[in-house]
Structures are given as C-alpha cells and as structure tokens.
Design a protein around this ligand. Structure first.
Ligand SMILES: Nc1nc2c(ncn2[C@@H]2O[C@H](COP(=O)(O)OP(=O)(O)OP(=O)(O)O)[C@@H](O)[C@H]2O)c(=O)[nH]1
Ligand SMILES: [Mg+2]
Length: 371
C-alpha cells in the first residue's frame, strides 16, 4: 500500500461538520412534497435526522479509511508518526471517529422510530430536535479528535517523501558542512524541500537516476548534527527511523572547519552516528575540497576524467577515480563540481553491495516495461 501524506483531504472541524450535516438535512427536508400535512412533517423530520446522521457517518468513515493504518505502514512512516505525533494518539483519535459514526447512526434510527410512531406533528418536531441535540453532543465529544487530526495532517504533510523500495542515501554531518549543497549538486531535476517538525531547518530530498534505478538522497539537518546526549526522545526515534530507510549513510566532514565545528568534534559526531545506525553501511566524505590549500593532487585529473565521461554521454559504470585529499580521504567539491560524478558511481556500487538481492535489479539486457 502506498500512501501519500500529502493527498489526505482537509479535516473538517466540529462546527464545520455540524454545519454541513444540518444544512444538507435542511435541504433534504425542503425537497419533501406532500399535500397531507402530517405525512409531510413526518417525512421532513425523518429525512432531516437521517440525512444529518448519514453526512456525519460518511464524513468520518471516509476519513478513517483514507488515513493509513499503522499496521500496514512502512516502519519508517510508523517511526516518524510516533516521533512527530504519537502512534497511540493516532490510533485513539481515529477510533473515536469510528465510534462517533456508529453513535450518530444509532441516534438516527432511535429518533426516526419516535417520529414515525406518533401522529402529532409537534412530537415529530420534538423527535427531530432531540436527535439534533444528541448528535451535537456526540460532535462535542469528537471535537478534540478532529482538531488533533487536522493539526496532524499539517505536520505529516511536510515530512520528506521517501520511497521505501528505492535506494536511499542518508546524508549527515555537522551543521554547515555542505549537506544541502552536496545533495543539490548530485541531484538531477528538482529537489524537494521539506521539514521535520522538530527542526526549523530545511530538509532536501534529491534524486538521481542510474541505469533506470532512482536513488534518493535525504538530508538530516537538526538530526544527526550534534551530540546525542542533547537529544530528546522524539529526535532519537526519528534517528532510529533512518535505519529503516537508509541503504547507505554518507557522513560529510568539513576539514576546512569553515562550517564552524572543529574537525575533532565532527569526528566525535561520526563515532556517535556509527553507533546509532549500526546496520547501515557508512561512508566518510570530506566536503569543500576546493578550500583545501594546496588543492588535492588529483584535482585536475579527476576533473578531466569526469568531463570526458559526461562528454561521452555518462554511459556505463566506469571506475572514475575518486578525489582523495592529502590524508587519503575521499573528498569532493559541490560548488566546483569536482569529484561528484565519481561519487555518484561510488554510491551506486556501495548501494549494490549493501542490497545483494535488490528487487529492482534486472538481469543484464532486460528492460522494465513500465519505463
Ligand atoms: N567552498 C565551498 N563551499 C561550500 C561547498 N559546499 C557548501 N559550501 C558552503 O557551505 C555553506 C553551508 O552549506 P550547506 O549546504 O547549506 O550546508 P548544510 O550542511 O546543508 O547546512 P545545515 O543544513 O545548516 O546543517 C554554504 O555557505 C555553502 O555555500 C563546497 O563544496 N565548497
Ligand atoms: Mg542544509
């Protein structure tokens, strides 16, 4: 099941649901035509009660069905929901709406009985009025759930969209090391910009395609960029959730320290990230290679090899030389675009190695019919 949090419809609040239900009910009553006064009132009152209940029950049932069931959601989504809004609350508020849908239908059936059993029109009006009162009281009880779901929708809508089936590279490192610039430089097409609810920073989700397989690159600002002892539970859960999506973790370090975090502190952070995501392959990459003085020895040769590869249509999977700094660390420059193509190919290789039985992988020479 593939759910997009972005396509969930607006959640109507308590008053809005009531307005909708009662105004539709009124219209339904207006359409009643019967020359016999008693018959006419009886039909009008039963229609009002039944229409109001139907509108509310449908509204709630459709909402409950449209919202993903946690049991069937990918682990990453569940972890994010838990981190952002709480799984228990999520279940509780949806269950409240389910309960309310049943209650209003029960009220409708009880009060339409009252209305049809009497021959006195004032008692029919009473039966309708009583039903409206009871429905309004149910609505008051679900009011907080509707508000909660409406706010939750806003939060979940802004979460980064990650396709569970496709490889995903989690990019982390201290603030300002160049994560967003790296993702942007490596991506083709538009980059999505999202937010995790617990950071004001922008999260970039980029993509590139290699041999028909799309690779996702996800930013983690505010998550894996400072010591973990300063984290709250929610952030820790969000970090744990990354283990479910990442095929590979790229840890960026800024040796120039122009990011503002001393190199040693960046390395301490790296050690922490390694213990937090023990299952995921990790690659250390040094950013902003253009700021190194002197430039890496291979700077020119890598730049030329990459230019040649691009000039030849970026075909195949050659071992373009990775740019190395003076300490032998893999490095690149996002702004000068040196070491990027080599890095892209290295990512492809590492992801392949990490996913030995890749379901998206087809034998050599085969093509997917959907592309
Ligand atoms: N010289 C140089 N500057 C770079 C490079 N990559 C990024 N920068 C600069 O470093 C600064 C931070 O880059 P960002 O990409 O925003 O870093 P970030 O890691 O996403 O930062 P946060 O999201 O705030 O954690 C910006 O001023 C970039 O222009 C690079 O390859 N070379
Ligand atoms: Mg950033």
């Amino acid at each position: 099941m593939k759910v997009s949090w972005r396509t969930l419809s607006t959640v109507l609040l308590e008053d809005e649901v009531l307005d909708k239900a009662f105004s539709r009910a009124k219209k339904a009553a207006d359409r009643v035509d019967d020359s016999d006064r008693v018959f006419r009132v009886r039909k009008q009152m039963t229609r009002m009660v039944q229409t109001a209940a139907d509108i509310i029950a449908t509204e709630f049932t459709e909402l409950v069905n449209a919202w993903p069931s946690l049991d069937q959601s990918p682990l990453f989504d569940v972890a994010m929901i838990d981190a952002c809004v709480g799984c228990d609350d999520y279940r509780k508020h949806l269950a409240t709406l389910q309960w309310a849908a049943k209650q209003v239908q029960r009220i409708a059936s009880q009060n339409t009985k009252k209305i049809t059993r009497t021959g006195r029109t004032e008692l029919m009006h009473d039966g309708r009025r009583e039903a409206y009162g009871r429905i309004s009281s149910i609505m008051r009880q679900v009011g907080p759930s509707l508000t909660w779901l409406s706010e939750t929708r806003e939060i979940l809508k802004r979460l980064p969209k990650i396709d569970q089936v496709l490889p995903c590279v989690v990019v982390c490192g201290a603030p300002n090391v160049g994560k967003s610039a790296f993702i942007s430089a490596l991506s083709t097409g538009n980059m999505e910009v999202n937010h995790y609810p617990f950071t004001t920073k922008q999260i970039h989700v980029g993509h590139f395609t290699h041999r028909r397989l799309q690779y996702q690159l996800v930013d983690t600002p505010g998550l894996l960029d400072r010591p973990m002892d300063k984290r709250n539970d929610i952030e820790m859960q969000a970090i744990a959730a990354l283990e479910h999506v990442g095929s590979l973790v790229l840890f960026l370090v800024d040796e120039s320290e122009s990011c503002g975090t001393p190199f040693e502190e960046q390395m301490n952070l790296l050690a922490e990230v390694e213990t937090l995501l023990p299952e995921t392959e990790l690659m250390l990459v040094s950013s902003k290679a253009d700021l190194l003085d002197p430039l890496p020895e291979m700077w020119e040769s890598v730049r030329e090899a990459e230019a040649d590869w691009r000039a030849n249509g970026s075909e195949g999977e050659p071992h373009l030389p990775l740019l190395k700094d003076h300490k032998g660390r893999t490095c690149l420059s996002a702004t000068e675009e040196v070491g990027l193509d080599a890095m892209r190919l290295e990512i492809v290789r590492q992801v392949k190695a990490a996913r030995p039985n890749d379901p998206m992988e087809l034998p050599e020479g085969w093509y997917r019919s959907d592309q």
